[in-house]
Design a protein around this ligand. Structure first.
Ligand code: MG
Ligand code: MG
Length: 248
């Protein structure tokens, strides 16, 4: 069931979103060759708690950390560990925080040191996919319009669109209806109306779309070893343009 939010609820979600955005700004400063994802997790958890919020992911369906960290061929749901990052890696950090019972959810990819021109291009196109998707998230459009636009932009660049993970409604629950696939057909799916709050989070690879899960039961990787990057914002649909809740 899709839950539409009042202006008051969206204002609270904006508070949660601001904490998530501030956490990303802090992590961006800390990412460098030599730091471990476990250290980044500690920094994020401290920051979220000091901000008066709760890390949304910790304990969610048993996930053991405050952030998800996805390095290179990892798509999502990577568990922070003690391996140091090295120059040339690309890392996606997914941050969720809740305040007064409402969540904000945003993932962002960062270059560690200097990445290859190929990874830079993948990052640029994936970010474009996110913002093209957000432009389609308007009252009167349908959820399929978002995915169709993202898929067409990614595939124009011969990139793969991950199918096994989708965007989603966000609110009192981290994952609510509707599902927001990053592929699909224009004019299909749930009608978008003001009050809808969703996360759009394209995961795009420089290879295929198929994935496999590590024995830890969480870490999802590209089946072909290609690189995957991701950008995610939580947004609110209003009468006009969507409002991005997870940016400063
Ligand atoms: Mg997320
Ligand atoms: Mg999400």
């Amino acid at each position: 069931m899709t839950i539409y939010k009042s202006a008051r609820e969206i204002a609270i979600m904006k508070e949660a979103g601001r904490i998530v955005a501030e956490c990303h700004a802090l992590l961006k400063e800390k990412i460098r060759p030599g730091i471990t994802t476990k250290e980044l997790d500690g920094i994020a958890e401290d920051f979220i708690k000091r901000s008066g919020a709760i890390p949304s992911f910790k304990g969610h369906q048993g996930f053991p950390a405050a952030i998800c960290t996805a390095v290179n061929d990892v798509i999502c749901h990577g568990i922070p560990d003690s391996r140091p990052l090295k120059s040339g890696d690309v890392i996606t950090i997914d941050v969720g925080a809740s305040i007064k019972g409402y969540h904000g959810d945003s993932a962002w990819s960062y270059a560690v040191g200097k990445v290859s021109p190929e990874i830079e291009r993948l990052m640029r196109v994936t970010k474009e996919c996110l913002f093209l998707g957000i432009e389609k998230a308007r009252g009167g459009n349908r959820i399929g319009d978002i995915g169709a636009t993202i898929q067409s932009h990614a595939e124009k660049h011969h990139y793969g669109v991950i199918r096994d993970f989708c965007g989603h409604g966000v609110g009192r629950s981290l994952w609510e209806d509707p599902q927001v696939p990053h592929y699909g057909h224009q004019g299909r799916g749930v009608l978008i109306m003001p009050g809808l709050t969703i996360a759009i989070e394209p995961m795009i690879t420089n290879g295929g779309w198929k994935m496999k899960v590590d024995p830890d039961g969480w870490t999802a990787r590209t089946a072909d070893g290609s690189i995957c990057v991701q950008y995610e914002h939580t947004i609110a649909i209003t009468e006009g343009d969507a409002v991005i809740l997870t940016q400063l």
